[in-house]
Design a protein around this ligand. Structure first.
Ligand code: CP
Length: 319
């Protein structure tokens, strides 16, 4: 594999190789000296056209811990604001010698365009494109589930687990990537959303769909409950067109303490961040001992180290 563009491109073996490699990377991060020499001499460009905290910082940390040189590009404050195109930005960064480009863009398909255009020669890693894909988020989520929920020492995948993904599925690249990867890894996926926030054409997706969180808590033994951010910036009218009011959304889809206590004892609470506390998740749930939300961020570094390593170190690295 040369690029990491979509969770759909990953076979079960690909995904397990990345998760196993991430486990090895995580182990190296427990050592006193956390830096590995593996990508010395390689250059990784972080190309961010859309805001990010977790993904941008963890890709930067991952590349630096593998000893790569890192160039950070943010569209804000760059010549993009003077009208420079994606193509000219890419050609400029290629001229500086990028071995890999990590791209986040507001347009669905931007990462794929970069990978197939020939504007850049290196590997392309999709760090989130529009409402389309966020494959490293799905991988770090799977890594987190495997760590907490798979006790069988021979269990590589997530077979037998039930994962409920709740909220603004329509605008969520995290949901799309997770549905695909979780299905590949054998988990059962339940999407929970109001009909207005369910994508048109969802029928072929490999998941169940229900329309209230209470219905999902009644009908499924949930092992991982993943709350999604309500993406008000992608909604005209600040959300009013999709649900009557924030209070009503919280009442039907929000995870509060009472709903959290209805989960099985071993179940974990996840959120990709950033959270709208008080809207899709209460502080009690977000900060509870069963929340793995902060750990997801830490696991993101190990997973992104694995992805960079496997793409840039080539066959020698994969071996
Ligand atoms: N989960 C996620 O993509 O967060 P950021 O937008 O902060 O990168």
């Amino acid at each position: 594999m040369r690029h990491l563009l979509s969770a759909k491109d990953l076979s079960r073996d690909d995904a397990i190789l990345i998760l196993d490699t991430a486990a090895q990377m995580a182990a190296t991060q427990e050592r006193e000296v956390r830096k590995l020499p593996t990508l010395r001499g390689k250059t990784v460009v972080n190309l961010f056209f859309e805001d990010s905290t977790r993904t941008r910082i963890s890709f930067e940390a991952a590349a630096k811990r593998l000893s790569a040189d890192v160039i950070n590009f943010s569209a804000k404050g760059s010549s993009v604001s003077k009208g420079e195109s994606l193509k000219d930005t890419a050609l400029t960064l290629q001229a500086m010698g990028a071995d890999a480009v990590v791209v986040r863009h507001w347009a669905s398909g931007a990462a794929s365009r970069l990978a197939t255009s020939g504007w850049m020669h290196g590997s392309v890693l999709n760090a989130g494109d529009g409402t389309h894909q966020h494959p490293t988020q799905a991988l770090l989520d799977a890594f987190t589930m495997r760590k907490h929920l798979v006790t069988d020492p021979l269990g590589n995948d997530l077979a037998g687990l039930t994962v409920a993904i709740v909220g603004d599925v329509l605008h969520s690249r995290v949901a799309r990537s997770n549905v695909q990867l979780l299905h590949t890894l054998g988990a059962t996926v339940v999407l929970v959303a109001p009909p207005t926030l369910v994508p048109i054409g969802i029928d072929p997706w490999p998941c169940d769909v229900v329309h209230t969180l209470d219905q999902a808590l009644d009908a499924y033994d949930i092992d991982a409950l993943m709350m999604l951010r309500v993406q008000r910036e992608r909604m005209t009218g600040g959300g009013a067109a999709f649900f009557p009011s924030p209070e009503e959304y919280s009442r039907i889809y929000g995870l509060d303490g009472a709903r959290m206590r209805r989960l099985p004892d071993h179940a974990i609470i996840m959120h990709p961040g950033p959270m709208n506390r008080g809207l899709e998740i209460s502080a009690e749930a977000a900060d509870s001992p069963r929340s793995v939300i902060v750990e997801q961020v830490a696991n993101g570094v190990a997973v992104r180290m694995a992805a960079l390593y496997l793409l840039l170190a080539g066959e020698e690295g994969a071996a």
